[in-house]
Structures are given as structure tokens and as C-alpha cells.
Design a protein around this ligand. Structure first.
Ligand code: GLV
Ligand code: MN
Length: 198
């Protein structure tokens, strides 16, 4: 989904503050090193000790500067038994996933509100069309690991619970009670769970 590159590479200068572009400005080629094109951040499990029992380690341009302008990136999702990577979407990317370990229910909802889902085992793939709301849920008895690839250097993540109930400042309760057709208590309960941190 990202635009095509205009040169071999443009290793991101993540520190540049004097230039603002769509993406990141390039480091001078004279200071580009091999390590700019290699990344070991997905080699270890992430910390799943949180309310969802999951962790997404992101290998996007922010952590892997060699990806700048190349239009792709990769994540690692770790899930404890019963853990969920909660409902979310990526505004700038389709997602191609591969289950590495465990048994994972993967699903997404189309713009016609059709729900598509399947339980996958190690070695099996899924695809989430760009922008659609999706999740991964560990339905097995052991830990699960999923690798996801994106056709964007920075896919973006819209996490449904934090977007709706944890924004800063908060979405007014009237908007949420009218949107979901419930009373204030329900909204306040949801806000209490998701406001403050993500
Ligand atoms: C999984 O859905 C991911 O966004 O890495
Ligand atoms: Mn995703």
C-alpha cells in the first residue's frame, strides 16, 4: 500500500527534527551500515503479562530503520492460552499472517458486516484485507506464536477498545451512549477499563 521507492534504500534517520516528510528522511549513505538492514527484535517472545494475555512486537520502520520507503514490515504476536490480540485494524496495510506455534482462531469483519474466521495450526496462513477489524485468539492449550507481514513500513494500529473508550480527551458519554444504545453505566465501566493506558 505504500508508495514505490525512488532509490535503492533510504535508511530512516529517526532523530531528524528539522525535516518533516511523509515517512522519514534518509541517513547519508556514508553512515549506512549492515545493521540497518538486519533486525533481531522478533526473535524473543514479548511480555504477555497484561489484561489480554498477548503481546505484539512490531518490526516496523520505527524499530527497523532500513525499512524506510520499502513498503513492508513484520510483527510477532505472542499469546498465552486464552490470550487475545484484541479487535483492531491497520489503516495503511493488508496483513498476511503465519501461525508458527499453537492453535489460533483468526477472524475479521468485512464492510458488509460478514464475519470470516478459521482456527489455524502451525504452518497455516491467513490474510486480513486492508483496514478491516480483526483479532487472533489462542484457543489451544499452549502458548501460540504468529508472524504477521504488512505491505506498509508503518501499518498503523487502531485498537478498538482504546480508540472508543480510552482516547485523550475522552469521547463524550452522550456520543457513546447514543452510538451503542446503552446507558452511562455501561460506558463508564468500559472507560474505566481502557482509559489511561494502552
Ligand atoms: C496482528 O494482527 C498484528 O497486527 O500483528
Ligand atoms: Mn493486525
Amino acid at each position: 500500500a505504500d508508495p514505490d521507492p525512488l532509490q535503492d534504500f533510504c535508511v530512516a534517520n529517526l532523530q531528524a527534527t528539522d525535516i518533516t516528510v511523509d515517512g522519514f528522511p534518509c541517513k547519508p549513505t556514508s553512515s549506512v551500515v549492515s545493521d540497518d538492514f538486519f533486525f533481531s527484535g522478533l526473535s524473543a517472545p514479548g511480555n504477555t503479562n497484561n489484561m489480554f494475555g498477548s503481546n505484539v512486537t512490531q518490526g516496523n520502520v520505527a524499530s527497523f530503520p532500513g525499512l524506510n520507503t520499502l513498503g513492508l514490515s513484520m510483527n510477532r504476536v505472542d499469546l498465552v492460552p486464552g490470550g487475545i490480540n484484541p479487535l483492531h485494524s491497520h489503516p495503511r496495510s493488508t496483513e498476511l499472517g503465519l501461525v508458527i506455534q499453537g492453535e489460533v482462531l483468526v477472524g475479521f469483519v468485512s464492510t458488509a458486516n460478514a464475519f470470516y474466521s478459521k482456527t489455524l495450526k502451525a504452518g497455516e496462513n491467513f490474510v486480513i484485507p486492508r483496514g478491516l477489524v480483526h483479532f487472533q485468539y489462542n484457543v489451544g492449550t499452549g502458548n501460540a506464536v504468529v508472524i504477521t507481514a504488512f505491505n506498509s513500513q508503518l501499518p498503523g494500529v487502531v485498537l478498538a477498545p482504546f480508540t472508543l473508550f480510552g482516547s485523550t480527551p475522552a469521547i463524550p458519554n452522550d456520543v457513546l451512549t447514543k452510538t451503542f444504545q446503552v446507558d452511562q453505566n455501561v460506558i463508564n465501566l468500559l472507560k474505566s477499563k481502557f482509559s489511561g493506558s494502552s
